[in-house]
Design a protein. Structure first.
Length: 65
């Protein structure tokens, strides 16, 4: 296995990151967001709050629809 490290400066890193995400599809971006949300919920033990917020969102969704 070849290990590789790349050193970039902050300004270049931000540009590289923007270009990376511009190249991703809408579905890939949403998938990444969902993965981050799930990691946050697990890391900070927010499952109960998450479940409760989903109930509230569903009620609002029904009223709007």
């Amino acid at each position: 296995m070849i290990k590789e490290a790349r050193v970039t400066y902050t300004s270049n890193a931000e540009k590289d990151e923007m270009n990376y995400w511009k190249g991703k599809s809408f579905e890939e971006k949403l998938t990444a967001i969902q993965i981050l949300r799930e990691q946050y919920i697990q890391l900070f033990n927010k499952q109960d709050e998450y479940d409760e917020s989903r109930k509230r969102l569903r009620r609002v969704y029904r009223i709007i629809k």
